[in-house]
Design a protein around this ligand. Structure first.
Ligand code: PEP
Ligand code: MG
Length: 769
């Protein structure tokens, strides 16, 4: 077998192992065999003891596992870890760092190759191979071990994190967890909630079916039986309908399907799992995925292809089980915390309003659109908790700390008490800020800055008015498009736009034309791309589909008839030709409507500056349009080349990166040279420190999420414009995002605004913005 194939096979086997011990056991066994060495061992760092513990071995005395350990700077293993690089020795025992480990029996071995297991810049442990013979492992062996270790690190880290939750197959599992299990993700929407997890499973998606225990074995068995009968019938019908058009081999495939559904096939295994207490969907998932794994691992291409068939069968059965469950299990706990593999904006509607109190997503990051909506709804959210074994957590008690991006599963009474105090304090601040509702955002020295809101969900309108918004700076029109199953008609769009325009009239409402693509997918208009952020997004899509663009613009214009508070905004603009073309189409829509008898005034039209190329053309764009609005969420992503949805690089997404601030400064000055109004609707404006900087730069309007609006107003009312200018000047002299962050933190403290920043957390010493 080629090296690559061996590597793939090991990684595949390891990644499907049920727990950390199995991961390590498989690793040492497979590596020892593949490299034909006498010994392979794994040492892992133990946080509590601060030592590297022998966690698995093939070749050394098995009794030494978990018994033997080395201090951080002890032995050659310690040296590999300290240097974070491989050490390859002909005779380990003659190396000055050699430390003889009692009971392992390693005195027999001379050749030694150790490589660090690195995950996110940290040494998790050391992977070692040894041989009796005195020889250096050759380059290809070293390369093999380094490559393998790099691939295993993520799997080991994940297994380590999930290892704390071991409960499959037990009753009342969620209650049996260890206390205060902490998982780190990305802070996505501030606030704290103490609640109960509800795992969101997607229709027909086996992978997202959560573990659940059922007390009613008979009912679960019955449901499974009904689903099986239905699927057998379906397959029979399809086979019959296609009979004349299929070859003998193809017909045989349907028989294989039916045989798999025989009482002695897959159903028997599913029933056994139900008997052990699982609900039918969970039993189905386990059995199907086990078989899928087994088939995918087969060398024979015909057999490995069968994995797809089994998954397809599983999906069909699941569909029936889920239909059966409609109307059942729809009771949500009072403080429901929705947990999803990939939280989408559409999912926010899954839990009824009033019950949804927190959100957790395994994928995604702080600037994913689901996170942005969660912020506007004021729902504490943590995204990118990549190590969370989410399927096992239905019903578990949880604390979501949306400030630090941490969650705690099965929190202890002490932790609940500590976080409850924060919840109470936050409520007090919220109540105090409510009195600002009808007061203007005006600095101590009389500088007035209008505060508008970003909307998307229908509920944003009343919430925004309640918070004292003076206009809508960004209505993300794609959001309502996302929670439907086909493009809305002109009339349907008109009605929903009219509601927003009417509710705010005479205050301005800025409607952005459809900005789909990236992480905003329409279920009925799938866009599959390797690199969606750099692909077919925003104006690029709508200019290619004038029929979609024109219907939307016509609906906006008709909705504003008689109100005249509409502004139209174009997203993701890169070139002048795009602006020209969009303006032509808007003009055409106005003309058409006038010809049809509508009384339409052409609304102000603006462009968003979100792409670096647009930054340098701000002045040119400003000549063509009526206003400029900065989309700093995307602009930051593109300037820093950091995917706003990727939790792995979330730490690099720095809103206060000096390059971002320079661009923001440049845009406002360029647009003002043409005397055009400049607003900003990215999330930086909703951060108190960011808002003060933007005001000082000269932004004419800040458009923020409704939830943060009172905080921003309070910040503006607490400073003078002159102090904000000083802050901007000192920030301009700094060259590092973290330094700038520190400077803002300290200034906010000096302005008496500490309470607007995140509170001090129970397990933290210092607060941060
Ligand atoms: C932005 O990119 O800053 C913006 C406001 O648009 P969205 O977040 O919807 O991409
Ligand atoms: Mg954007």
């Amino acid at each position: 077998m080629s090296i690559l194939k061996v590597l793939r096979q090991i990684v595949q086997d390891v990644s499907t192992a049920p727990d950390l011990n199995a991961v390590l056991q498989i690793t040492v066994g497979r590596v020892q065999k593949a490299m034909k060495t006498e010994v392979c061992s794994v040492f892992l760092f133990n946080q509590e003891s601060g030592r590297y513990v022998l966690r698995a071995t093939k070749g050394l005395n098995a009794a030494a596992v978990d018994e033997v350990s080395l201090a951080k700077d002890e032995g050659i293993v310690g040296l590999v870890a300290k240097r974070a690089e491989p050490i390859n020795l002909e005779d380990a025992s003659s190396h000055p760092a050699f430390h003889y480990l009692d009971v392992t029996g390693e005195e027999l071995f001379h050749a030694f190759l150790g490589v660090p297991i690195m995950h996110q810049r940290k040494v998790l442990g050391v992977l070692v191979v040894q041989q009796q013979e005195r020889r250096r492992f050759d380059e290809s062996e070293e390369a093999f071990l380094v490559t393998l270790s790099a691939q295993l690190a993520g799997i080991i880290a994940h297994a380590h994190a999930t290892g704390a939750i071991q409960m499959a197959g037990e009753k009342g599992v969620a209650k049996q967890l260890r206390n205060d299990l902490r998982y780190d993700g990305v802070a996505a929407a501030g606030g704290v909630v103490i609640g109960e997890i509800v795992v969101a499973s997607l229709p027909s998606d086996l992978d997202s079916v959560p573990d659940k225990q059922s007390d009613d074995v008979a009912l679960e068995l019955e449901q499974l039986e009904q689903a099986l009968i239905a699927v057998r019938k379906e397959i029979g019908l399809v086979a019959e309908n296609l009979a004349g058009r299929l070859s003998k081999d193809e017909r045989a495939l349907f028989d294989v399907y039916l045989r798999m559904l025989d009482d002695n096939g897959l159903p028997m295994e599913m029933r056994a799992k139900i008997q052990q207490g699982s609900w039918a969907q969970g039993a189905l998932r386990e059995v199907i995925l086990e078989h899928v794994r087994a088939f995918s691992a087969m060398d024979d291409p015909y057999l490995s292809e069968r994995a797809t068939d089994i998954k397809d069968l599983g999906k069909r059965i699941l569909q029936h089980l889920q239909e059966d469950n409609n109307g059942r299990n729809l009771e949500y706990p009072e403080n429901a915390v929705l947990l999803a593999d990939e939280l989408t904006p559409a999912m926010l509607g899954l839990v009824p309003e009033g019950k949804l109190s927190g959100l957790i997503s395994i994928t995604g990051s702080g600037n994913s659109h689901a996170a942005i909506l969660a912020r506007s709804m004021g729902i504490p959210t943590v995204m990118g908790v990549v190590d969370l074994p989410y399927r096992r957590l239905n019903g578990a008690a949880v604390i979501v700390d949306g400030y630090s991006g941490r969650i705690y599963i099965n929190p202890s009474i002490e932790l609940v008490q500590a976080f409850s105090r924060i919840v109470v304090d936050e409520k007090v601040v919220e109540d105090e800020l409510r009195v600002l509702r009808d007061l203007p955002a005006i600095t101590k020295d009389g500088y007035r800055l209008p505060l508008w809101v970003n909307t998307g969900l229908a509920a944003d309108v009343p919430r925004s008015l309640e918070q004292g918004a003076e206009g809508i700076g960004l209505y993300r029109t794609e959001i309502p498009f996302m929670i439907r199953d086909s493009f809305p008609s002109e009339q349907e769009q008109l009605e929903s736009y009219r509601t927003q325009l009417q509710a705010f009239a005479p205050m301005p409402v800025t409607m952005r034309t459809l900005d789909i693509g990236g992480d905003k997918a329409l279920p009925y208009f799938p866009i599959k791309e390797e690199n969606p952020s750099l692909g077919w997004r925003g104006i690029r899509v709508t200019l290619d589909h004038p029929e979609i663009f024109m219907v939307q613009v016509r609906a906006m214009l008709r909705a504003s008839e008689g109100l005249n508070n509409l502004r139209i905004m174009l997203p993701m603009v890169t070139s002048v030709s795009e602006v020209d073309e969009a303006l032509r189409q808007i003009d055409r829509a106005c003309e058409e409507l006038r010809e049809e008898g509508y009384h339409i005034n052409k609304p102000p039209v603006g462009v968003m500056i979100e792409v670096p190329a647009a930054v340098y053309q701000t002045r040119r764009f400003a000549r063509l349009v009526d206003f400029i609005s900065v989309g700093s969420n995307d602009l930051t992503q593109y300037l820093l080349a950091v995917d706003r949805n990727n939790p792995r690089v979330a730490g690099l997404y720095a809103s206060y990166h000096p390059a971002v601030l320079k661009a923001l400064d440049f845009i406002v000055h360029e647009a003002h040279k043409e005397r055009k109004h400049v607003s900003i609707c990215g999330e930086i404006a909703a951060d108190p420190g960011g808002a003060l900087l933007l005001m000082a730069m000269g932004y004419d309007v800040l458009s923020v999420n409704a939830n943060n609006l009172p905080k921003i107003k309070f910040a503006i009312r607490s400073v003078s414009f002159a102090r904000a200018r000083q802050l901007l000047l000192s920030v301009r002299s700094l060259h590092d995002a973290e330094e700038i962050h520190q400077e803002l933190r300290q200034s906010l403290k000096a302005f008496g605004l500490t309470r607007l920043t995140r509170p001090l957390m129970p397990d933290q010493k210092t607060p941060s913005c």
